[in-house]
Design a protein around this ligand. Sequence first.
Ligand code: ASP
Ligand code: MG
Length: 418
Amino acid sequence: MPLLVMKFGGTSVADLDRIKNVALKVQREVERGYDVIVIVSAMSGKTNELVGWVEATSPLFDAREYDAVVSSGENITAGLLSLRLQEMGVPARSWQGWQVPINTTAQHSSARFLDIPRTNIDHKFAEGMKVAVVAGFQGVSPEGRITTLGRGGSDTTAVAFAAAFEAERCDIYTDVDGIYTTDPRITSKARKLEKIAFEEMLELASLGAKVLQTRSVELAMRYKVRLRVLSSFEDTDENSGTLVCDEDEIMESKVINGVAYSREEAKITLVTVEDKPGISAAIFAPLADAGVNVDMIVQNISEKNYEDHPGSVTDMTFSCPVNQVARARKAMEEAKAAGHIAYDELIVDSEVAKVSVVGIGMRSHAGVAARMFKALADENINIKVISTSEIKISVLIDRKYMELAVQALHDAFKLEAA
Ligand code: ASP
Ligand code: MG
């Protein structure tokens, strides 16, 4: 039997009517002759609610219990969708992570797959089950405890199943009808892309475009999983949505294909750290240990001859998500107290956002940075930090100008036109 993986996000299963609609889409594929593995998210808002309960109970929570609580939303939708399919006469069965089992590392709240043995599900398919409804986002650690894969993790579950079961396609059904040049809520000029290269999607996903979880794109790229993003609220066929694929498949590409943003960023500066070998390691190791996702890093030029600092000193600036500032501050204060690092002041700016332009065409075109900075300058937007990679340029700016920056860049790179 050919096999299809279909993934439905939170808004697609937000209530019982929508679950019914999902069941109809699944039934259609079964009627076309597929065995189907459906990966479901929690009903929209559910995971946020569960996370809120955890944080309200224990601000520096134990990650094992966090996982125990926040993984539960998916169990509900898996069971309900399975019931709905059964009501329609489609042989379906729900699967929680430990039942498959979806074996992951013990890195709670951001676990990684170890393996997904096919035996149990294949056995049920052989017995006549047509649809396996798998709870996304969760797995089981070597110690047998429930794990979760990080927010948005059911996309990654879907791709991992598509790879493990050698699915013909992995269709990611969501509340948008594809991948856009930028967020259509920020500019109505945003345009849907027919295809996008894995690498570009990877940058856009990791830069805060919320459509696909970054790791799902990494996995798809590694295992060459044909990934399609499409709407669960429209009638769709094999050509709907956006195909995320190898760059060889894309004939014509613009220099820039997308503008991404990440709203909840913070900038932290350690003022007058010593400028000597080992200092960066001494700063960033404790941050990593504390689970702070450091993104941009800037080290100032060195300055000598401060009265109270005999050697040369510098300032170190880095960015991280706003909700990790407390952890970062604690890690730095502890490292300072332990004598591992020294600094005069720790300055936090929690009112920043990151805006980035992405395109594989940047590899072969000069002048992209200049064009980007000019567009921001024309809007009088001050750039606080800049970082670049082979196919992207990111800037940190005041959060209140984020929308304006996205619009200006979308215009400057003429992304509206195909
Ligand atoms: N429900 C989880 C979340 O909201 C996982 C997912 O939907 O992908 O992050
Ligand atoms: Mg999602």
